[in-house]
Every structure is written in structure tokens, then in C-alpha cells.
Design a protein around this ligand. Structure first.
Ligand code: GRF
Length: 225
């Protein structure tokens, strides 16, 4: 079904050209591509860029008819900025206007962060500012939190610390393992990222903090009798 997720015709007034950076599975990429296939979604995914040749997300992009490029970081050795410059050139050549990190597992240098300041979003599997970094589900379980979730934020120089654009919360259930919790969070990531991207592009995301988008699947308070 090559090209199955390419948008047919557009209803959105302004459609932005979005690039997605991945390193692995690509399930968030798939959620974004699926959303972007809707005629009234304000973005086209115009290129998928991976640092990892074996990333399953590259195959997903291929099946969805989205151009994909892999720039392996290994030949660049420790020169992370040179690797980023090569990626940046690809993004420019595809006339990308906004960048979404979706499981991109490299630490960014000030070069790429500076080049895309205010135009680079990331999804992180915790309710930031809790649990930045790796192994968020294990750490949430170890900390005994009852509420966990995911966050979409703007990328700044400090990892997992930029202004929050949206969050989705899930309960931590009795007997949860890191795997069951991760699966519950991931289902919300797939709802949150497209919703926040849309809101951001339509302007609602321009006031981080007060304007943060919330998807909360927890049951609300019981109705008054
Ligand atoms: C997601 O949990 C995302 O929050 C984190 O990396 C994971 C990527 O998963 N940044 P996928 O590649 O989108 O399936």
C-alpha cells in the first residue's frame, strides 16, 4: 500500500512542511503521518530522517509514501555537529518548516537546537518536568507515582526541558510493569502528538504554559447527585 498515507487534497488554509526525526520503531511517526493524511490537517510530513539505518520507522515511511533519508551518525565519530549539519542540509533541501522529534535518540548540539529554535517539537514519555531522560516508566514505578503520561514540548538547549505544549495522563495501575505502563502511555502519545502539532500550527500552541494542550483520559470527578 505504498503511498496510502499521502494526503489526497487539502482543506487546511495553510499547510506546513514538517520533517520527522527518528531512530527506531516509528510508531509516533506513523500517528503523525496518519493524522497528516486528513485533508484538514495543517501539515504535510515531507521527509523522515533517521540516524539509524535499521530503524523500522524508515520502512513505515516507505510504505506511507513519505521520502526518507538515513544519515548514519557513526562515520561522523564524535563530531555530532557535523552529523547535524548533514541532517540540516537534508531538511533544507526538503524545505522543511517545522521539525518533530519522534524517538530520536541522539543528544542534540546547540547547532541544531539553534537552527530550529521555536520550530522543533519533541515527545517524551513522562509528565515533564518529572522523569526527564531515559527509563521513564521504570522510574515512575520505582517512585510510586499514581499518575504518569507523556509530554510534547519545544526543544531547547537543556534536554527534555523546553516549554510544555501538551500533556496526556494515564493512571498507574496495581500490578503494572514497565511494559504495561509503557503501552498505556504510548497509546496516549499517538493521540497527543498529532493534536499538539495541529494546535501549535494553528496558533494555539504559541503561548506555552497557559496554552498547553491537555488530553486526559482519566475519568473525571463523579457527577454531583
Ligand atoms: C516514544 O516513547 C517517545 O515518547 C520517545 O521515544 C519513543 C519512540 O517510540 N521519545 P516510537 O519510535 O515513536 O514508536
Amino acid at each position: 500500500m505504498r503511498g496510502a498515507l499521502r494526503p489526497a487534497g487539502r482543506l487546511a488554509e495553510v499547510t506546513r512542511r514538517v520533517g520527522v526525526l527518528i531512530s527506531g520503531r516509528g510508531s509516533n511517526l506513523f500517528a503523525l503521518a496518519k493524522a497528516a493524511a486528513d485533508a484538514d490537517f495543517p501539515a504535510d510530513i515531507v521527509v523522515v530522517l533517521s540516524n539509524e539505518p535499521s530503524a523500522a520507522g524508515l520502512t513505515l515511511a516507505n510504505h506511507a509514501g513519505i521520502p526518507s533519508v538515513c544519515i548514519d551518525h557513526r562515520p561522523f565519530k564524535r563530531n555530532r555537529e557535523a552529523h547535524e549539519r548533514a541532517m540540516h542540509d537534508v531538511l533544507l533541501s526538503h524545505r522543511v518548516e517545522l521539525l518533530c522529534l519522534a524517538g530520536y535518540m541522539r543528544l542534540l548540539t546547540p547547532y541544531l537546537v539553534g537552527a530550529w529554535q521555536g520550530r522543533m517539537l519533541n515527545i517524551h514519555p513522562s509528565l515533564l518536568p518529572s522523569f526527564p531522560g531515559l527509563h521513564t516508566h521504570e522510574r515512575a514505578l520505582a517512585a510510586g507515582v499514581r499518575i504518569h503520561g507523556c509530554t510534547v514540548h519545544l526543544v531547547t538547549d537543556i534536554m527534555d526541558e523546553g516549554p510544555i505544549l501538551g500533556q496526556a495522563a494515564v493512571p498507574v495501575l496495581h500490578g503494572d510493569t514497565a511494559e504495561t505502563l509503557a503501552a498505556r502511555v504510548l497509546a496516549q502519545e499517538h493521540r497527543l502528538y498529532p493534536a499538539v502539532l495541529k494546535a501549535f500550527l494553528e496558533g494555539a500552541g504559541r503561548a506555552p504554559g497557559a496554552g498547553a494542550h491537555l488530553i486526559n483520559p482519566l475519568p473525571g470527578p463523579p457527577a454531583a447527585p
